[in-house]
Design a binder for this molecule. Sequence first.
Ligand code: DUC
Ligand code: ZN
Ligand code: ZN
Length: 466
Amino acid sequence: MTVLITGGTVVGPSGADAADVLVDGERIAALFAPGTGPSDVDTLDATGKYVIPGGVDAHTHMELPFGGTFASDTFETGTRAAAYGGTTTIIDFAVQRTGEVVADGLAAWHAKADGNCHVDYAFHMILGGVDDDSLKAMDQLVADEGVTSFKLFMAYPGVFYSDDGQILRAMQKARENGSLIMMHAENGIAIDVLVAQALARGETDPIHHGLTRPEALEAEATSRAIFLAEVARDCPLYIVHLSASRALEAVAEARDAGRNVFAETCPQYLYLTLEDQLGAPGFEGAKWVCSTPLRSKHENHQRDLWKGLRSNDLAVVSTDHCPFCFKDQKELGIGDFSKIPNGIGGVEHRMDLIYQGVVDGHLSLSRWVETVATTPARMFGLYPRKGVIAPGSDADIVLYDPNGRTTLSVETHHMNMDHSAYEGTQIAGRVDTVISRGTVLVSGGEYHGRKGHGRYLRRGLSSYVM
Ligand code: DUC
Ligand code: ZN
Ligand code: ZN
């Protein structure tokens, strides 16, 4: 389609300006001063709305096998929900489980996603076993597959865990081939001891998930990862789902020293707490069991995380979307919190929840767009195709209505979950129109997208690393 989006305020990382945006086919063709664009094309009225790049959620887990079950969103349901919420690109984690061949894990993820996605998608690779073969595979994925980032786990011994030697070897390889190491930074060996001790004392409720994963063990692992990356000649390191003040301090210190260290946080850590959600009566808190866990409201983590987003010590907001239904899935952990599948679903709500941070005075409009779209695109080799409203970029565009209202609820969300982690939360804004590569997916509350519209994106190297 050729269409001129008129009357809106285009928001990007460097500011907000009144401009009209010409979309031609799948791309953005030009930006015009208001009223100066071509007059012989269809128009889309964006008066009173922000015109922003489609969101890039760099951390999702569709259909992830975990704790004897699978994350409840398929690529079809999860990317449709993402579209509803103004996210037009996801980067999901393909999985190599211990003992598996990396290429097989990647092929399995392509098979799940191919032909099923409503929005464009790319993959990171989880390495569940670092050995000679998987190190060789890292080179191949970077060179041939457009997979340029690898997630390692310092947590989950026996499942995804890598020891320090394995981590160091993968970092050395990443330093060589230009890719990025993403780290789940929690000391899983120490956590397993605390979990066994808690269960032996009969402490089985969901809140003990959080209490056995203290922030000290996130801070320790974050620091250790930073030191290991230093030994690997300053291998680029990206800390995922950072939740705690002292982990953030470690990242900030490394960044102040000029290191290639980056971090993301997620909406759950900015809004939800150990006491109010994870500590809900009975087994209710299972809805909020995720790792890293929600943190105590008495320790200023949320204040520090918002500050980190302003200062760029936290560069990205992703969701770590990993939904499980309460019935039959979270319920696997009744009587033993360690058997509750870990994860919160939120791919639909990230743009709204971080916009609420603008309304609440935590972030500027530009910083909102930067943390949810532009920086993740740059960080993961998708820029300038994604993450920006500029000539030549994909026409992934959201019209966001600052005068609209959104209530987050299981009654209205589109994720395949039987509850909402944000039930009843009010947002002082609303996703109005969502366009992906020139195709309108959402407008006026109606859905016009289709599965199979979303394409696989081969990524380049991060813009932030030389
Ligand atoms: N954390 C979660 O909460 N779920 C999936 C994996 C992870 O690291
Ligand atoms: Zn993780
Ligand atoms: Zn994750």
